[in-house]
Design a protein around this ligand. Sequence first.
Ligand SMILES: [Zn+2]
Length: 252
Amino acid sequence: MLIEKAANLILSSNHAVALTGAGISTPSGIPDFRSTDSGLWHKYNPMEVASLSIFRLKPERFFEWFRPLAKRILFAQPNAAHLALSGLEKLGYLKTIITQNIDGLHQKAGSNLVLEVHGTLNTLTCASCYTQFQVEEYIYPYIHEGKIPHCKNCGGILKPDAILFEEQLPKKTWIQVEKEINKCDLLIVLGSSLEVLPVARLPYQAVSKGAKLVIINNQETYMDIRADVVLHQDVAEALPSIMEQIINVRSL
Ligand SMILES: [Zn+2]
């Protein structure tokens, strides 16, 4: 029933946008690094170790903490939810994905229109001279030998272009996000508990402009009461069911 309703909202939308969070990548084996109860990271407080000030003071601590996560991300594969979103884009139903994730799994699944509000691991920027480098030549020495990436121009330490705590969100991306939110007539929230600002206020902004709202997340969110459909389910199960329903309706 709710699956049908969600499918119908997507079918009748003109400009659907998805907002994805850590919950879409946990079925791919990537833990939510902000949640301190995920076993891999309980040694550290991510708010502290993944902050800009620690990166500046003790970059080796950041790189040591981040190494197992970087390894998981490098080898992770997109799951059924990522693939369903990529399918929705190809069918013309989904215009943009706004993601809080830095794992690049949407792109691996074939999605083209992805706005990464918390940055990306595909590039690194020198903390001293701001030259940007592609991650490829640095990632294996880092993962296998723990080698900290250094700038070829000035020797400075390279910071992954993922946004750390205390750091500003990428401005250009954020301008596009605002545009998409104001334009959308349907927002689909997937695997985000809507707890991290300023992303958390996007569904409120969309609904205030008259957009419909679908939320698929394991846990409750503050926007559940404003949503047209809420599914407290694993996104990797719910989204493929919605996709199947859409394909069935289309073939009638
Ligand atoms: Zn440099």
